[in-house]
Design a protein around this ligand. Structure first.
Ligand SMILES: N[C@@H](CCC(=O)N[C@@H](CS)C(=O)NCC(=O)O)C(=O)O
Length: 154
C-alpha cells in the first residue's frame, strides 16, 4: 500500500492529519507538486487526474479524494472513530465536511487556481485556468467565513 503525498499541499495534509489522529502509518511516496512530479507520465499512469493525495491499495485499487481515502481508513481501522458511530453523528459530520469543502475550500481553490500564475495549467492536467469572472468565488469564501464563525458547535 502506498500513499502519494505532498508536504506542501493542503489536501494531502488532510489525509495526514486523519492518519495521525488514527495512529495509522502508511508508506508514503513524496511528490513535489511545485516541480510538477504529479504531472509526469509515471504518476499519471496511476492517477490520470494528476491529483494528490492518492492511495494505492495492496490489491492495486487506486483511491483518490481525501474523503474517500479517509473513509477507507475509517472502515479499516475503526478506532478511534472519526466519522461518527450512529446515524445522527455520521450525517452531521458528513454535512459539515461538505459545507467546508463546497462552500469554503472550493471557492478558495477557484480564486487561487484562476489568479496565481503558477497554477495556470494545474488542478486537472490540460485544464487551464479561467480568469475569474466577477467576485463570486471571493463572495462565497467570505460568506463561508462569516457563517463558520457563528456555526453551532457540537
Ligand atoms: N478533491 C480532491 C482535491 C485534490 C487536489 O486538488 N489536490 C491538489 C493538492 S492540494 C493537487 O494535487 N494539485 C496538483 C496540481 O495543482 O498540479 C481531494 O479532496 O483529494
Amino acid at each position: 500500500m502506498k500513499l502519494y503525498d505532498c508536504q506542501i499541499a493542503p489536501n494531502p495534509r488532510r489525509v495526514r492529519i486523519f492518519l495521525a489522529e488514527k495512529g495509522v502509518e502508511i508508506e508514503r511516496v513524496e511528490l513535489n507538486i511545485a516541480e510538477g512530479d504529479n504531472l509526469k507520465p509515471d504518476f499519471l499512469a496511476i492517477n490520470p487526474r494528476g491529483l494528490l493525495p492518492t492511495l494505492v491499495l495492496d490489491d492495486g485499487t487506486v483511491l483518490d479524494e481525501c474523503v474517500a481515502i479517509s473513509r477507507w481508513v475509517e472502515e479499516t481501522w475503526p478506532n478511534p472513530p472519526l466519522m461518527g458511530t450512529n446515524a445522527r453523528d455520521k450525517a452531521f459530520i458528513e454535512s459539515r465536511n461538505r459545507h467546508m469543502e463546497i462552500d469554503g475550500f472550493m471557492s478558495v481553490a477557484e480564486i487561487f487556481r484562476n489568479s496565481h500564475p503558477s497554477f495556470r495549467d494545474r488542478g486537472l492536467p490540460g485544464l487551464s485556468a479561467v480568469p475569474a469572472r466577477g467576485d463570486r468565488p471571493v463572495l462565497r469564501a467570505a460568506e463561508f467565513r462569516s457563517r463558520s464563525a457563528s456555526v453551532r458547535r457540537w
